[in-house]
Design a protein around this ligand. Structure first.
Ligand code: PMP
Length: 433
């Protein structure tokens, strides 16, 4: 169509073919398989440019990390200055202490933390701490969850419960999981009473951003907190997505419920690869005594410490939360209005910082997404196809429907996005006709 013709396409300058020859699937992370033909040349603030020179407003933010916008000057300057004096020492450096002090000050409720590299390994560390502290094995999780790609946590969620999410993953590695629907306090109570004295931990995204963008319903997290306390179970918030995004103190602050352990990543470090586990002293001290092992060559490298420290400074000095609420909120309203205007059954749910866009199935009423099952009632495949139309119109989003709004998104991005989304819906209708 004419709309597609305005975007340059030189076949990714041959990069896709070269990538496919040396990288399995042409990518370095399976999450990117659907985007294997897109090569970006640079990102700045809320926008990206591909190798053909096409510009995009970015709502994927690198799967979340670029919460301050791409290539934030203050964070990048702090990191490059710090690494010019060396990067890993096999002992401590002052910056890692400073970084963790600032991190704890931001979170507010936690006594101690450790820095690592990926959210996946921080999840592993949290589950190990919880099992060591309780002497129990079982873990309650929620349908639709994603806590990383390791054998013990990766799962596919079907109507009959979880199954391995990958070939090569021994099914018995998932044997300790009890999977229950999100936002269902009664089902949760049933799990606790069916397994008295057996549940080491409950782990969850306090807002499920890997299953749509499902906020907790009033009372759900509070009841969960009570049940964990009453049963001697460690409550773990996986704040890899929500941390420093829903509020400076993450989902715990936003929803007013305090876990025992929490995991952070993504927005923690301005786009640099850092994760953290934070929590109560009695739990974290198990690492300190050596009773529980947690290691990593690159943990709290100079790069990581500088990135966390300067990101905390930026978030404290210029809190972006009001701006994200305003621009993300206006975007949600604008997208809904475009759906109505075009007579397209668009379904948008979530919060301004992280929301989910999809289509309702033909004839279905407006859907309140409360858990994995209601999410599956939407036409997710139609949105996945539409996400490629959006890319051709200069809006970069994930096929799975999540949209992240960054601190760098402003009035210009809002206007460009609504105008492009409008044309994308029209082009989609024309293609389908
Ligand atoms: N937990 C959650 C909630 C996540 O969204 C992710 C990554 N998308 C992870 C854990 C794993 O983090 P990483 O990709 O850094 O290993």
């Amino acid at each position: 169509t004419a709309d597609q013709a305005v975007r340059r396409d030189t076949g990714d300058a041959g990069l896709a073919a070269r990538a496919a020859a040396v990288l399995p699937g042409g990518v370095n992370s399976n999450v990117r398989l659907a985007a294997s033909r897109t090569f970006f040349e640079r990102g700045s603030g809320p926008r990206l440019w591909d190798v053909d020179g096409n510009e995009y407003v970015d709502y994927l933010l690198g799967q979340g990390p670029a919460f301050l916008g791409h290539a934030h000057p203050q964070v990048n300057a702090a990191v490059t200055a710090a690494v010019s004096r060396g990067m890993v020492f096999g002992a401590q450096h002052a910056l890692e202490v400073e970084a963790v002090e600032k991190l704890l000050a931001a979170i507010g409720w936690a006594d101690m933390a450790r820095l690592g590299v990926s959210g996946t390994e921080a999840v592993q560390a949290a589950l190990r701490l919880a099992r060591a502290a309780t002497g129990r094995r079982r873990v309650i999780g929620f349908a639709g969850q994603y806590h990383g790609w390791l054998d013990t946590v990766l799962m596919a969620h079907g109507p009959d419960g979880p199954r391995p999410g990958s070939a090569g993953q021994p099914p018995e590695y998932l044997a300790d999981w009890l999977i229950t629907p999100f936002n269902d306090s009664v089902a949760l109570e049933r799990q606790f009473s069916a397994h008295p004295g057996e549940i080491a931990a409950v782990i969850l995204e306090p807002m499920m951003c890997n299953s749509g963008a499902i906020a907790p319903q009033p009372g759900f997290l509070e009841r969960l907190r009570e049940l964990c306390t009453a049963n001697g179970t460690v409550l773990i918030f996986d704040e890899v997505v929500t941390g420093f995004r829903l509020a400076f103190g993450g989902a715990a602050q936003r929803f007013g419920v305090t876990p025992d352990l929490a995991i952070y990543g993504k927005a923690l470090a301005g786009g640099w690869p850092v994760a953290a586990i934070a929590g109560r002293r009695e739990l974290l001290e198990q690492f300190g005594t050596g009773r529980v092992n947690h290691s990593g060559t690159f943990n709290a490298s100079v790069m990581a410490a500088a990135a966390v420290s300067s990101t905390m400074d930026v978030l404290r000095q210029a809190p972006p939360y009001a701006s994200v609420e305003e621009h993300g909120g206006a975007l949600i309203d604008g997208l809904r209005e475009l759906g109505h205007r075009h007579g397209v059954p668009l379904n948008v749910h979530g919060l301004p910082a992280a929301f989910h866009v999809s289509f309702r199935r033909d004839g279905a009423a407006e859907t309140t997404v409360v858990d994995h099952a209601t999410l599956q009632s939407l036409d997710l495949d139609r949105y996945a196809r539409f996400s490629r139309t959006l890319a051709r119109h200069g809006i970069w989003v994930a096929g799975r429907g999540i949209w992240y709004c960054s601190a760098a998104h402003g009035q210009a991005e809002l206007a460009d996005t609504l105008e492009r989304f409008d044309r994308a819906i029209a082009a989609d209708a024309a293609d389908g006709a």
